[in-house]
Design a protein around this ligand. Structure first.
Ligand SMILES: [Zn+2]
Length: 259
């Protein structure tokens, strides 16, 4: 019954989570533990999540990168723990956090033709408001993630910039798409993001594709941050810049120097 349990021993209690029954990697026990803890312990989640996470399951890149970004450390293949007196199961909290994120999806983008780079910039401004003239450290992460199939946007998500550190647009895209359709990201679909994926999001997208090796991710802006380097998508050459050539519409203009 333990099925890849994940837990943290915090003060006198054990905070734990179970994976979703369907086994999708974006709903693993470590992911649900992080997501559930942020939802349940508002304002204090960092105190809980700075403790080591243990899981009975084997190493998975999604879990390792999620914990690196949203928590602290993880030990895989841990033995099933002895029963504890005080147990807090945050699996239902993770589900609530996912449902709230679903409610906030930018659904107005679904069904539109895939955007040009300029149009995508406009969508980001429309969703988040125009960026301040002077950059601030408290600026929201202005990321939209789109699932693009045959030239149309078929799903969309945005970074929620709330208390949960792992609620990046790509993670919410994958979780909400699965919750709505119960199928992986279809073969042949592309994921378009307004900012280059971090390591966690790259791992989640790769693991969630029907054919991971065929997934193509296009990004509008680079992310020079440390956590956006050496992602699984970069390592495998599955990222492309988003250019006008990638978008449907009029034929691309001839390149300079060609007549
Ligand atoms: Zn990310």
């Amino acid at each position: 019954m333990e099925r890849g349990l994940a837990w943290i021993e915090h003060r006198d209690q054990r905070v734990l989570a179970y994976p979703a029954l369907h086994g999708h990697p974006a709903f693993s026990a470590p992911v649900q533990l992080v997501q559930g803890a942020y939802h349940r312990f508002v304002g204090a989640a960092h105190l809980v999540l700075r403790q080591r996470i243990f899981t009975t399951s084997a190493h998975r890149l999604v879990d390792a990168e999620t914990v690196r970004l949203g928590a602290s450390k993880i030990t895989f293949d841990a033995p099933v723990p002895a029963p504890a007196d005080a147990v807090v199961d945050v699996t239902p909290d993770a589900r609530r956090a996912q449902a709230l994120a679903d409610d906030a999806l930018p659904r107005g983008l679904i069904g539109r033709p895939a955007p040009t780079p300029d149009a995508l910039r406009g969508w980001v401004d429309a969703h988040y408001g125009r960026p301040p003239a002077v950059p601030s450290p408290h600026q929201p992460r202005r990321v939209l993630a789109l699932l693009v199939e045959r030239g149309r946007v078929t799903w969309a998500a945005a970074n929620d910039n709330g208390t949960c550190k792992i609620h990046h647009a790509e993670v919410l895209l994958v979780q909400s798409h699965w919750r709505a359709h119960r199928r992986p990201l279809p073969a042949g679909a592309e994921v378009w993001v307004s900012r280059r994926c971090c390591r966690m999001c790259a791992a989640v997208l790769f693991a969630s594709a029907a054919v991971p090796a065929a997934l193509v991710v296009r990004y509008l802006e680079d992310d020079p941050g440390r956590y956006a380097q050496n992602t699984v998508l970069q390592a495998r050459g599955q990222e492309r810049g988003l250019t006008v050539d990638a978008t449907p519409g009029p034929a691309p203009r001839s390149r300079p120097g060609r007549w």
